[in-house]
Design a protein around this ligand. Structure first.
Ligand code: G3I
Length: 364
């Protein structure tokens, strides 16, 4: 039958049905109006990726249906943005509150999503009781050990990997202790427990759950060779001393000004450790100068390209080292960075060019 002979409305119905199917297919990830694009990128990130792709959750995620739908559709791993930190889990030295962290953990397990533990020991987000704690060194050691032991024991079997220590080093590669020119925030843990507290954190964690994969997590590997080299040196020292460490987290809170070379180099250099590599808190900000009220097409294009480079560079790692890539936010509406657009989904939960760049980097 000649095409022109068919009543035009049949084509209209056919197109609308196809369009609605595309929208339905992508409705969790925001409306994709171009059916060709919708078809090409029909597989969600977790299906197109050979390794886990993660995001963060908090209790508020459960009240955001589009965000929650994206978590279920696109991601195979979740990190609690704040729910497992000491400020959220330990209201006093001897009491723990797992309400928020358990609700997120159990939701993820019910939905077949991996839960990565974040974090056990960090110099930030400290509760008032800790900053006011007046114990001697033995009492401080007990605070450290009991926190780590209680956390690993409580989540054992449900959470199988942890950021044991977060951001213990300054950008100059030295241990963060007091405030210096290269770090604006002191570490109470280092001050009270001495420079080798990091090693003991890993030992306590391993003793509590020998099956857990234990990570050191930090930022700045893409712009500070001193910090990158200090992390690699710490790994070598731990391995020589038999201190259990299994992975390294590169937070990658980066920006569109960072070069492809810097990003690729950080991933490749950290992988020379031979450990699991987790790009653990990825976002690519664009409005550092705060001069824009919306991203320009040029900004979005560079962000797309950076996401593509990161995905491709990470995918090139040995499969045995690919722990996964985790985004530090579901959409630009949920980012910790204000007045910026650092993630894969925009403030209306629609896919951005960054999504397609990242997807292509995983697939191609
Ligand atoms: O829950 C309280 C709420 O009760 C209170 O009303 C409100 C106002 O004071 O604060 C709420 O806590 C906030 C918490 O986020 C939950 O929203 C804290 O003030 C705020 O400081 C905290 O910010 C988090 C920050 O870490 C500090 O913990 C960000 O959401 C989180 O994205 C950020 O994530 C860190 C990683 O853990 C480590 N790497 C760097 C990254 C960015 O800083």
């Amino acid at each position: 039958m000649e095409l022109s002979a068919r009543p035009i409305y049949l084509y209209l119905i056919g197109y609308l049905l196809f369009f609605s199917q595309c929208v339905t297919k992508n409705s969790t990830a925001g409306l994709t109006t171009d059916p060709v694009v919708a078809e090409k990128y029909a597989d969600p990130l977790k299906l197109v990726s050979p390794f886990p792709i993660g995001t963060v959750m908090s209790l508020s995620t459960f009240g955001l249906p589009q965000a929650l739908s994206i978590v279920k559709t696109e991601f195979s791993s979740v990190t609690c943005e704040n729910a497992m930190k000491i400020q959220a889990t330990q209201p006093t030295a001897t009491t723990f509150n797992f309400t928020e962290s358990d609700s997120i953990t159990n939701y993820c397990l019910r939905n077949g999503i991996r839960l990565h533990g974040h974090n056990l020991i960090w110099h930030q987000s400290l509760p008032a009781w800790l900053t006011a704690f007046q114990g001697d060194s033995a009492a401080w050691e007990n605070v450290l050990k009991s926190r780590i032991t209680t956390m690993l024991t409580h989540f054992k079997g449900r959470v199988k990997s942890w950021d044991v220590v977060n951001e213990a080093l300054s950008d100059d590669g030295l241990l963060r202790v007091g405030v210096t020119s290269s770090n604006s925030k002191a570490s109470l843990w280092a001050q009270k427990l001495g420079k080798d507290y990091v090693a003991r954190c890993f030992q306590y964690a391993h003793a509590a759950d020998p099956d857990a994969r234990l990570f050191y997590n930090d930022y700045g590997q893409e712009y500070s060779p001193a910090k990158l080299n200090a992390i690699l040196a710490m790994v070598k020292d731990f391995q020589k001393r038999g201190i259990p460490i299994h992975g390294l987290g590169l937070q990658f809170h980066t920006n569109i000004q960072r070069s492809d070379t810097d990003l690729k180099n950080a991933i490749a250099q950290m992988a020379t450790s031979g450990l699991l590599i987790h790009i653990s808190e990825l976002d690519i900000s664009m409005n550092g100068s705060q001069s824009y009220s919306a991203p320009t097409p040029a900004m979005l294009d560079i962000q797309k390209s950076r996401m593509n480079v990161i995905a491709a560079a990470y995918k090139a790692l040995p499969a045995s080292q690919r722990f996964g890539i985790t985004f530090w936010g579901i959409s630009d509406a949920n980012s910790w960075i204000t007045n910026d657009w650092p993630l894969l989904f925009d403030k209306s939960y629609a896919k951005k060019p960054a999504y397609y760049g990242f997807w292509d980097g995983l697939k191609l």
